[in-house]
Design a binder for this molecule. Structure first.
Ligand SMILES: *Cc1c(COP(=O)(O)O)cnc(C)c1O
Length: 347
């Protein structure tokens, strides 16, 4: 029997975490300056630290992951040129058409399994441009894959995609909003993920728990251009060392603990499966459940104090993070199971 929570358990996303007392202290005490003059030492430290972790020469701090993806891709693809990605990629599903609207970039998508593209199918899509044919300028991969339920690309597959890009002389952008989860789940060093990509976006405001901020990792010699583009997009900030300090705190304190989020996701999946739900086995911190009426089930759960996301008409997304305990996850699994059993359309 479910014991219902006193305060809501929010499993809609790992973006909902609030900065801890320690993180807030680090933010309050951050040494800052005007970052548009290049004078914020904490932002600089974050950029150098994260670039170094992934083996990149430089990185630029951005307010959001969407802007980091946008700037990274702009380094590789121009207007009227083509980018190939999977059909469920965040850049085509959830970035409001930004690549098309802001940059005139044509995206061509490949249906995939859990968001992970097949290398041979990808190879067959790439076009060498000429007077009559749009040229593919870059490929994009997402790791872990959000709509794919936190699926992780095997590093060998990423290396094969890198080799494919090299063979055609084109770029590769990695949307690593949750690359931290991939690293913790597989043990593959961050630098090995970095080595496959020309540009990369990483989020500090998801599993790592910072209130805001992402970074775009850049090819050699492109940081000035990226900073200019960030300003054009309205994303250049001033004393943003306050945010960078939260990000650095998250990196130091919250990376290793992502394994707990993965364990909690498996706990939820196991409980839901034993209650008869059609759960996809989680690889990291995202659990997807196939249901008949996702909005109805999500609403029933919300009424019992458990927030989860309808991720499509028949798909639920449940995301674990540092602000939910194993016990919260057990409670949430009970509430979701009960809602599923009471769902009138359940067969
Ligand atoms: C969250 C996310 C982003 C960035 O989103 P923002 O809300 O702009 O920080 C990018 N890619 C993926 C796969 C994401 O899940």
């Amino acid at each position: 029997m479910a014991t219902y929570p006193d305060s809501p358990i929010d499993l809609r996303s790992d973006t909902v975490t609030k900065p801890s007392a320690g993180m807030r202290r680090a933010m309050a005490e951050a040494e800052v300056g005007d970052d548009q003059y290049g004078e914020d030492p904490t932002v600089r430290r974050l950029e150098e630290t994260v670039a170094g972790l992934f083996g990149f020469e430089d990185a630029v701090f951005t307010p959001t992951g969407i802007m980091a993806n946008h700037i990274g891709i702009r380094m590789l693809v121009g207007p009227g040129e083509e980018l190939i990605c999977d059909a469920d990629a965040h850049i085509v599903a959830h970035e409001n058409g930004g690549l098309a609207a802001h940059a005139g970039i044509q995206t061509r998508t490949l249906p995939s399994t859990r968001g992970l593209m097949d290398v041979a199918e990808l190879a067959a899509l790439v076009r060498v441009g000429d007077r009559y044919t749009v040229g593919t300028r870059a490929l994009e991969v997402e790791n872990t894959h959000n709509r794919g339920g936190g699926a992780v690309y095997p590093i060998e597959v990423l290396r094969a995609i890198r080799a494919l890009a090299d063979g055609f002389g084109i770029g590769l952008h990695l949307d690593g909003a949750r690359i931290w989860n991939a690293h913790v789940a597989t043990g593959v060093p961050l630098a090995e993920y970095g080595a496959v990509a020309d540009t990369m976006a990483v989020c500090m405001s998801k599993g790592l728990g910072a209130p805001a901020g992402s970074l775009v990792l850049l090819p050699p010699g492109r940081a000035e251009e990226a900073r200019g583009l960030r300003r054009r997009l309205g994303g250049s900030m001033r004393q943003s060392g306050i945010l960078a300090a939260g990000a650095l705190f998250g990196l130091t304190n919250n990376l290793g603990r992502l394994s707990q989020d993965h364990e909690n996701a498996r706990r939820i999946a196991t409980a839901l499966r034993s209650a008869g739900a059609a759960v996809r086995e989680p690889e990291t911190n995202i659990v997807l459940v196939d249901v008949d009426d996702a909005p109805a089930v999500a609403a029933a759960c919300a009424a019992e104090g458990v927030k989860i996301s309808p991720f499509g008409p028949k798909l639920l997304r449940i995301v674990t993070h540092l602000d939910v305990s194993a016990q919260d996850c057990d409670t949430a699994a009970d509430v979701v199971s009960t809602a599923l059993m009471q769902s009138p359309e359940r067969d």
